[in-house]
Design a protein around this ligand. Structure first.
Ligand code: CDP
Length: 563
C-alpha cells in the first residue's frame, strides 16, 4: 500500500475508526479490508471479489466516495454522497424535508433541492391569512439546520439550492448569498430553461410563473436577469447555472422530471433519488508515456460491479430514498488525476491534443462501463425502471440507468495523492503554514522529479516559483527547463474557453454531469462571464460554475486538494 503522509493525516482525522475516547483504532489497510469485505458480501465467490476490490483500492487505482470509505461495515452503513429531496409548498412538507436533510447529513450524504415549488414571498396563505415567506427565507432554515448537524460526525453538510429562472423570487435568489457568510452551507444555481434562452436571444421579456397558481404574475427582461446572474457570479462565484431542460432531455428515464442536482452539481437526480460515486485514479494508468488501456478496462469493469454492489448493501436513511434509488440503480463512476496523466503523457491540458485525449478516454470509460452494466444485467437483471428508459428503445439491457459522473474528488484525491477530478493543477508549489508557525513547502512531485534531473539549483528555483504564485508562466525558466513550460500549466495559465472545452469534452461521454470550476483571472469582466455562459451553452454543458480569482475572501474551492 502506498498512502502518502498527507493521505494518512486525512485518513486519521476523518476516515479511520475511532473508539469512545476518539483514539484511532484502525489502520488504513484495515479500513480498505473493511470496505472490500462489506461490498463483496453479496458475491457468491466472496474470496475472489474481496481480493479484487481490496487490491484496486490498495493500489490506489480506484476509491469510492467518502461515505463508502467511512461507513462501509460500520454501524451507520450509509454509503452514498448524493441525494436530492423534494420541497413541497406547505409547512408540513418543508419541515419534513428539513428533518430528512438532517438525517442524511448525519450519515455523511450531501443534499440538493429545488425550491421552485414554493409560492413566492408575499403571497397570502389561506389557512393563516398571513403572507408566505418565499424560497430564500426557507433556504435559511435549511442552512441553520445544516449548521448544527455534522455530516457523519466528521464534516459539515453540503447543500445545493436551485431556483427556476421563471420563479417570481428569482432576483432575491440571485442576490441571496451576496453578503459573505450568508447561507454559507449552500451552493446556489439558477435553473435556466430553453424558453428563457430563446427570450434572451431575441432580447425579449419572459413570464414569471407563480408555482402555486401556475399563472404568470409578471414579466422580466431576460437580458436584465442574465446580467444580474453574471454580475453576481463575477463578484463571488455564485450563482452557478444548471441547464435544466437540457438535463431532462438527456435523462435516461422518460416521463419523470429532474429539478435539482447534488451539492457540487455533477449528479442530477429525481426527487428522493440517491447515487453513490467512485473514481478511477488516472495517474496510475500511464506507463512509458502511453495509456494502459487493458488495465483501465479491467478497472472500469471492477468499479461498475463494486458500485452496483453498493446499491444492495447500502443502508438507506429514509424508505422513500431506498424505493426511488432501487428503481433506477444509478451509479457514478468518474476519474481523478487527469492532470497527472497528461503530464506523464507530456501533453498540455490547454491543447487540442489534451482535449482529444479527454474525449478518447471518457468515450472508452463510458462505453466500457455500459458493457459492464449490461453484463451485470444478464446475470442480475435490469434496473426496475428499464421499461421506461432509453435503453429499452435501443434494446440494450442495463443494470444501471446511469454509470458515469465526474465528481470533484475533493477529499479522495488527497487520499490517492493525485490531482483532483479533471481539474488542471491549481499551483505547482507553495508554502503551507502549519500550526506551530513553521512553513512547509509543497511541490508538485512530477515537477520536482524533472527539476532534480535538470542540473539546476532546485531550492533557488523553487523559491522563485513560489514567489511567482506557483506558476512557471512568466518566470525566467532556464533553457534546460523550457520544454516544461507548456506541459506544467496551471488553471490560471489558460483562458475560460480552455476550461469549458475540457468540461465539454468530458460531458459528451458522461451519463450524468461533470464537476468543474471555470477559473477566470481577477481582471475578467462581467462581459467575459456572459461570454463564458454563451460558450458553455454552445458546447453542450449541463451546468457551469465560474470563479474569478480573488473574488471571495475565503476561497472555498481553492484548497490544497486542487494542487
Ligand atoms: O472526495 P469525496 O468523495 O469526499 O467527495 P467529492 O468528490 O469532493 O464530492 C462528491 C459529492 O459528495 C458532492 O457533490 C456532494 O454531494 C458530497 N459532499 C458532501 O456532501 N459534503 C462535502 N463536504 C463534500 C462532498
Amino acid at each position: 500500500m502506498s498512502f502518502s503522509e498527507n493521505a494518512i493525516t486525512v485518513l486519521k482525522s476523518r476516515y479511520l475508526k475511532k473508539n469512545g475516547l476518539g483514539e484511532v483504532i484502525e489502520t488504513p489497510d484495515e479500513m480498505l479490508q473493511r470496505v472490500a469485505k462489506h461490498i463483496a458480501q453479496t458475491e457468491k465467490d466472496f474470496d475472489y471479489w474481496y481480493e479484487k476490490f481490496y487490491e484496486f483500492m490498495a493500489s490506489l487505482k480506484f476509491l469510492p466516495n467518502t461515505p463508502t470509505l467511512v461507513n462501509a461495515g460500520n454501524p451507520l452503513g450509509q454509503l452514498s454522497a448524493c441525494f436530492v429531496l423534494p420541497v413541497g409548498d406547505s409547512m408540513e412538507e418543508i419541515f419534513e424535508a428539513v428533518k430528512q436533510t438532517a438525517i442524511i447529513h448525519k450519515t455523511g450524504g450531501g443534499t440538493g433541492f429545488s425550491f421552485s415549488r414554493l409560492r413566492p414571498k408575499g403571497e397570502v396563505v389561506q389557512s393563516t391569512k398571513g403572507v408566505a415567506s418565499g424560497p430564500v427565507s426557507f433556504m435559511k432554515v435549511f442552512d441553520c439546520a445544516t449548521e448544527s448537524v455534522k455530516q457523519g460526525g466528521v464534516r459539515r453538510g453540503a447543500n445545493m439550492g436551485i431556483l427556476r429562472v421563471d420563479h417570481p423570487d428569482i432576483m432575491e435568489f440571485i442576490h441571496c448569498k451576496e453578503k459573505e457568510g450568508e447561507i454559507s452551507n449552500f451552493n446556489i444555481s439558477v435553473a435556466i430553461t430553453d424558453d428563457f434562452l430563446e427570450k434572451l436571444a431575441n432580447d425579449e421579456e419572459y413570464d414569471l410563473i407563480n408555482p402555486h397558481t401556475k399563472k404568470s404574475v409578471g414579466k422580466l427582461k431576460a437580458s436584465l436577469v442574465w446580467d444580474e446572474v453574471a454580475t453576481n457570479a463575477w463578484k463571488n462565484g455564485e450563482p452557478g447555472l444548471v441547464f435544466i431542460d437540457r438535463i431532462n432531455r438527456l435523462h435516461q428515464i422518460k416521463g419523470v422530471e429532474i429539478e435539482a442536482t447534488n451539492p457540487c452539481g455533477e449528479q442530477p437526480l429525481l426527487p428522493y433519488e440517491s447515487c453513490n460515486l467512485g473514481s478511477i485514479n488516472l495517474s496510475k494508468f500511464v506507463k512509458d508515456g502511453a495509456v494502459e488501456w487493458e488495465d483501465l478496462k479491467e478497472t472500469v469493469h471492477t468499479a461498475v460491479r463494486f458500485l452496483d454492489n453498493v446499491i444492495d448493501v447500502n443502508n438507506y436513511p429514509i424508505d422513500q430514498i431506498k424505493n426511488e434509488t432501487l428503481k433506477n440503480r444509478k451509479i457514478g463512476l468518474g476519474i481523478m488525476g487527469f492532470a497527472d496523466m497528461l503530464v506523464d503523457l507530456n501533453v498540455a491540458y490547454n491543447s487540442q491534443e489534451g482535449i482529444n485525449i479527454a474525449s478518447k478516454l471518457m468515450d472508452f470509460i463510458q462505453s466500457q462501463s455500459h458493457i459492464a452494466s449490461s453484463d451485470l444485467a444478464q446475470k442480475r437483471g435490469c434496473f426496475p425502471a428499464w421499461e421506461e428508459s432509453i435503453y429499452k428503445d435501443q434494446n440494450i439491457l442495463m443494470r444501471n440507468a446511469t454509470t458515469t459522473t465526474i465528481a470533484p474528488t475533493g477529499t479522495i484525491s488527497m487520499i490517492a495523492d493525485c490531482a483532483s477530478g479533471i481539474e488542471p493543477y491549481f499551483t505547482l508549489a507553495y508554502h503551507k503554514q502549519v500550526l506551530d508557525g513553521k512553513k512547509l513547502k509543497y511541490v508538485n512531485e512530477r515537477l520536482l522529479d524533472r527539476l532534480q534531473s535538470s542540473g539546476i539549483n532546485v531550492e533557488d528555483f523553487l523559491e522563485e516559483l513560489i514567489a511567482n504564485g506557483g506558476r512557471l508562466k512568466g518566470l525566467n525558466v532556464p533553457k534546460s527547463l523550457e520544454d516544461l513550460n507548456e506541459v506544467f500549466v496551471t488553471s490560471m495559465d489558460m483562458d475560460y474557453t480552455a476550461h469549458i472545452d475540457m468540461q465539454a469534452a468530458f460531458q459528451a461521454y458522461t451519463d450524468n454531469a461533470v464537476s468543474k470550476t471555470i477559473n477566470m483571472p481577477n481582471s475578467a469582466s462581467v462581459d467575459d462571464v456572459k461570454q463564458a455562459y454563451l460558450y458553455s451553452i454552445k458546447k453542450g454543458l449541463k451546468g457551469l460554475t465560474i470563479y474569478r480569482d480573488g473574488s471571495r475572501n475565503v476561497q472555498v474551492l481553492v484548497s490544497a486538494s486542487n494542487k
